[in-house]
Design a binder for this molecule. Structure first.
Ligand code: ZN
Length: 274
């Protein structure tokens, strides 16, 4: 199924779709192990850093083969694409979906950038996500966030024709120093105002379960998860390596991969409303 149809049918059922980043074979297999276990669909995301790290074609091939190998329904998505050129490279490489992130640009420029990517993606039948409002990036002050305004969201979606919109309702990337407080009223107002787009929550790592569930019940569908995956993978490895002289990495990595699987199983239960 096309990602756009999947997201809108899940939104109708008040069920989310988890979008997880992968960084190497081990984190990919960790995520896919969880999706296979519960039989849930999943979005596999790559940022520019992960693309640079693995190489574009290798990264896509790894994701596609992984989906086949684990028998999971899934889509490959560019996370936080910063330019038309990068989005174009990903479309050429066979991505199902691309995000163009102009959230730090003025409204009009964000709209123009998004329009260009929507135009290019159309000939590939690819899905496009944009961001309006601002979700603080890693290392940026959370005070820098700017909530999405419902009337702007409406105009943005109408004039760009974008499929999915990442909105700012109180999350931030990375871990939180204080518990986040999602603005569910604002989410409801955005959902009431905007037709023909599905909604994306960035920065879900560390958001309490009850708030994540409330966001999905009120119209969020795609839920992005990255920081917690990196964190549990590396923390598990660090623990093993301080106690162990093992040099066969094939005996060491599976424990970290399994830790990712356990984490993602829990997130899939929340996102799929179980
Ligand atoms: Zn994000």
């Amino acid at each position: 199924m096309k990602l756009k149809e999947k997201l809108s049918s899940l939104t109708d059922k008040k069920i989310g779709l988890l979008a997880t980043n992968y960084y190497n074979l081990e984190t990919l297999h960790g995520v896919l192990g969880a999706a296979q276990h519960s039989g849930d669909p999943i979005i596999l995301q790559l940022t520019q850093s992960s693309i640079d790290y693995m190489g574009l074609d290798s990264a896509v091939a790894l994701g596609r083969e992984g989906l086949k190998q684990f028998g999971v329904e899934g889509w490959i998505h560019l996370d936080h694409g910063s330019s038309v050129e990068l989005a174009q490279r990903c479309l050429d490489a066979g991505f199902d979906s691309v995000m163009i992130d102009g959230s730090e640009l003025p409204f009009g420029e964000n709209m123009k950038l998004t329009q260009e990517v929507v135009k290019r993606a159309a000939s590939y039948g690819a899905h496009v996500e944009a961001e309006l409002g601002f979700v603080a990036k890693l290392g940026q002050s959370h005070a820098h966030s700017g909530f999405t305004q419902p009337h702007e969201a409406r105009q943005f979606v109408e004039e760009t024709g974008v499929d999915a919109l990442a909105i700012s309702i109180g999350t931030a990337h990375g871990f939180y120093k204080e518990e986040p407080k999602l603005q569910i009223d604002l989410l409801q107002a955005i959902v009431a105002e905007v037709q023909d787009a599905t909604f994306v929550l960035h920065g879900s790592s560390g958001v309490p379960e009850s708030q994540l569930r409330a966001a999905i019940q009120n119209g969020i569908c795609k839920v992005n998860l990255a920081t917690e995956i990196k964190n549990i993978f590396m923390k598990t490895l660090q623990d093993i390596l301080t106690q162990n002289e093992e040099i066969d990495l094939r005996k060491v990595f599976p424990k970290a991969t399994n830790a990712v699987t356990e984490l993602v199983k829990g997130k899939l239960d929340i996102v799929n409303n179980r």
